[in-house]
Design a protein around this ligand. Structure first.
Ligand code: NDP
Length: 456
């Protein structure tokens, strides 16, 4: 038996205990873990900063967001998932119908390195709150953060190993996918998601995929351009651009395009360390491709990218078939292209294989809402970026290569549960159709009623 399988075995017995505790008891323990994370935020943020290269403040913000979600999941699991009566309908009026969302058992969580607390906890917290045990495989780039989170759990909730970590590279993740867990929550690239899905298909293990993105910001002519430029800079360059739902493309209405570019250019400062050694080469390839196809660099140039650091690059008028537009760059670069109308911006924003999130800047709330509804994404922010990330009651997830299924919110709790429908017959039905010796007269009467109800 491999180490991963042995860990999943231990999780099985922990899952029985945890699942049997009930919502109230789980909530007490989840909140104890939450308090532990909150009290040790400095220590955890320092570790995240060390492993990822992000600043201590950015790491602390990540922990704050993760704790907010954990708190919500702990407090709302009972309400969202608990047993409740539902209408039983005309045909089964003699039954009481109840619905309850029960734990799946053991959930395997495979996480990325860019937000090694916030992102995996988006699955871990909701899976635990739904009554599952969790085996978490952090990225090989952030193993100590993963181990810290599980140690924190053991300190706050001593006893059964309800949250465990398996360390290693992608092969440890692969082992988790065929270890017999009851669901896999995967966050990472579409390429790895395809491999995970193929393995899960062998055992029909259900899967939720949080993939990457190529998120667009749309700037209308009536937008507050200062606010839009600030948000584009934060969403595009923050965390060295290594944010799945960060901004990668900006479509600006032509009449305000030069002003927007000037404002954004003034904000594009400061080189940052990339988390992995591979990432700068990908960023460079995207910048070079954009320039070789006729795009121009308003800020930065290929030499802004060294072996480990990248300074912001703003690319203008980049052809839409450049890889800087079609592929996820995951670096502090922004493609800013002019459009003739909001309709054109929507068409270009949607012409991506990704569909994670988007942002819209406009003073016209009605037009912004109408634009949001036309975007093929799982989320949208109006007059801000990443607004949804800090709202625990909202679901998060994408379409296309950005994945499927949802974490966060009530949908996120249900994602890690199985709906169980139970009916209890209270009395024999006056017209009982569910018997072999059904009376033909009863059937005729039922058909008459059926026509009256549905055929008129
Ligand atoms: P990867 O796809 O390379 O890896 C993701 C995780 O999968 C890692 O833990 C990795 O382990 C593991 N893994 C690698 N190979 C396998 C395999 N064959 N089977 C199972 N698991 C495997 O992504 P990155 O870590 O590079 O993360 C960056 C990507 O994640 C970006 O595309 C980003 O957009 C996306 N992302 C999406 C988010 C979202 O919520 N939608 C949030 C954050 C990131 P190891 O690292 O040890 O190789």
């Amino acid at each position: 038996m491999t180490e991963v399988q042995a860990t999943v075995e231990k999780a099985r017995s922990a899952a029985r205990w945890w699942g049997g505790l009930g919502h109230r008891e789980r909530r007490t323990r989840l909140l104890a873990w939450k308090r532990h994370l909150a009290r040790h935020i400095g220590e955890l943020a320092a570790l995240v900063a060390e492993e990822t290269g992000k600043t201590q403040d950015d790491a602390a913000l990540e922990v704050m967001l993760a704790v907010e979600h954990l708190d919500w999941a702990a407090r709302n699991a009972g309400k969202v998932l608990g047993r409740r009566r539902v209408p039983s309908g005309m045909l089964a009026a003699n039954h009481v119908a109840t619905l309850e969302y029960l734990p799946l058992g053991v959930v395997g969580v495979i996480g990325p390195w860019n937000y090694p607390v916030y992102t995996p906890l988006g699955s871990v917290s909701y899976a635990l709150a739904a009554g599952n045990a969790v085996v978490f495989k952090p990225s090989e780039h952030t193993p100590r953060t993963g181990a810290w989170l599980a140690d924190a759990w053991a300190a706050a909730v001593p006893g059964e190993p309800v949250l465990q970590v398996v360390l290693g590279d992608g092969s440890a993740g692969a082992q988790l996918t065929w270890s017999g867990v009851d669901k896999i929550a995967f966050t990472g690239s579409a390429a790895t998601a395809r491999k995970v899905m193929a393995t899960c298909a062998e055992t029909l293990t259900p899967l939720v995929v949080e993939g990457g993105g190529k998120d667009a910001m749309i700037v209308a002519a009536d937008a507050d351009l200062d606010a839009a430029a600030r948000a584009a800079a934060f969403g595009g360059f923050g965390n060295a651009g290594q944010t799945c739902a960060g901004v990668e493309r900006v479509y600006v209405e032509r009449s305000v395009y030069p002003q927007f570019l000037a404002k954004l250019g003034a904000l594009a400062v400061g080189e940052q360390t990339m988390t992995t050694a591979e990432q700068p080469a990908i960023v460079r390839a995207h910048v070079e491709d954009a320039l070789s196809r006729g795009g121009r660099a308003v800020v930065g140039e290929p030499s802004s990218i060294t072996a480990r650091t990248v300074a912001p690059v703003v690319l203008a008028e980049v052809p839409e078939d450049s890889i800087a537009v079609t592929e996820e760059t995951f670096g502090p670069t922004l493609v800013v292209n002019p459009v003739d109308s909001l309709a054109e911006a929507i068409t270009l924003a949607n012409a991506s294989k990704y569909g994670l999130a988007a942002s819209i800047f406009s003073k016209n709330a009605h037009a912004a809402a109408a634009t949001a509804r036309k975007l093929r994404t799982g989320a949208a922010s109006v007059n801000a970026v990443l607004g949804f990330a800090g709202v625990p009651s909202l679901p998060f997830g994408g379409v296309g290569d950005s994945g499927f299924g949802r974490i966060h919110g009530a949908d996120g709790l249900r994602e890690f549960s199985r709906a169980q429908a139970v009916t209890r017959q209270r009395f024999a039905a006056p017209m009982d159709l569910m018997r072999l010796d059904r009376d033909p007269k009863v059937m005729r009467r039922a058909l008459t009623l059926f026509h009256l109800r549905h055929g008129r």
